[in-house]
Ligand binder design. Structure first.
Ligand code: TXA
Ligand code: MG
Length: 320
């Protein structure tokens, strides 16, 4: 496909094709008022894994879930009065709230990185809104750039990053904000700034009277991205690069494997996207068996395997 076909003006045809691609488990790029997003169906783990693969992300940091309007949020998260007040003040807009996950949400745990919270945003960009309406579901979207590169604010930037890797980039013109959304975490006790953006703590105070603090009170668990403790860690010990389980061990296999007791297979065919999408739920399931150790097959250290191995080595690190 040439560039010209890939970059499409927003109209009912391009919006419909993008929504169809999302439904089929593909990734697409679309504009928001902050930066261009690389979107996938937030309920489809394999589709979400494609975001990490395309970005070459070496880890599984949690992603933001985009919704068409504020009223959709309560299908996915629990909102206390503070969250509701902030939603009505700043949604739609460049404003993301990290909220307690609703157990029934159906959101892939690759998005939450196994946390029991999820980041939600209702973008103000009209094209993003149309795509979200047409898709009629939650869209996970980090900025549409390769890991470590600058966030894209035009369709051409996105094209320069991904070329043939994307089938469609909806061109909504340059993003007017150009920096990522403000991220706020809402807990029972606190309203915490996790990532500064164009909506400042002063704006929040002025508009709602709510005080935003810069770190959690000690009663809460640390949540900053990338922090070891913020990610799900199993209670069991994790033994990496295991060719099979020892007596009494649970086994997390990868690729063609003989049957063992207490075994789950991340991907019998050795597909890294499938493995990524199963990683958190299978670790949880094996951990729930309450065996002392989970042995894990070696995972190839390429493509998404790098992110999978990063998570596994954190899970295997000695606990404090
Ligand atoms: O402006 C934006 O927010 C753009 C556009 C495309 O909407 N999106 C964006 O998404 O920046 P993303 O996925 O790159 O932002 C992810 C960041 C994580 O690095 C982390 O800081 C925070 O959101 N985050 C997501 N879920 C979280 C959670 N459950 N707890 C704490 N932080 C979370
Ligand atoms: Mg980014």
């Amino acid at each position: 496909m040439t560039n010209k076909n890939r970059i499409q003006k927003p109209d009912s045809d391009s919006i419909r094709s993008a929504a169809d691609l999302l439904r089929d488990g593909n990734i697409v790029s679309f504009p928001t008022e902050t930066v261009y997003g690389l979107g996938a169906d937030a309920k489809n783990g394999k589709a979400v894994a494609k975001i990490f693969a395309a970005k070459n992300r070496p880890d599984f940091n949690p992603l933001i879930v985009h919704l068409p309007d504020p009223s959709a949020a309560e299908n996915y998260v629990h909102m206390n009065d503070v969250a509701k007040k902030l939603a009505s003040a700043f949604w739609p807009g460049p404003f993301t709230m990290v909220l307690p996950l609703n157990e029934e949400s159906g959101i892939s745990d690759l998005i939450t990185a196994g946390l029991d919270t999820v980041a939600i945003r209702v973008p103000a960009n009209e094209v993003a809104h149309q795509l979200l309406k047409e898709f009629d579901g939650p869209i996970a979207a980090p900025s549409a750039n390769k890991s470590g590169h600058i966030s894209p604010t035009t369709a051409n930037h996105v094209d320069g990053e991904f070329g043939d890797e994307l089938e469609i980039i909806i061109d909504g013109g340059p993003c007017n904000k150009g920096i990522e959304s403000t991220i706020i975490q809402i807990t029972d006790h606190d309203v915490v700034l996790l990532r500064p953006g164009s909506i400042t703590p002063e704006d929040i105070k002025n508009k709602t009277g709510i005080d935003v603090i810069s770190s959690l009170t000690p009663t809460d668990n640390p949540v900053a991205p990338g922090q070891l403790k913020s990610h799900y860690a199993p209670n069991a010990k994790v033994r990496l690069n295991a060719t099979g389980p020892n007596d009494g061990e649970a086994f997390l296999a990868f690729g063609e494997t003989a049957h063992h007791e207490n075994m789950l297979n991340l991907s019998p065919t050795g597909d890294l996207e499938e493995a990524a999408s199963n990683l958190f739920s299978m670790m949880r399931e094996l951990d729930d068996l309450e065996l002392k150790t989970i042995a894990v097959s070696p995972i190839p250290q390429n493509g998404l395997g790098i992110a999978i191995n990063d998570r596994l080595s954190r899970a295997a690190a000695p606990k404090e």
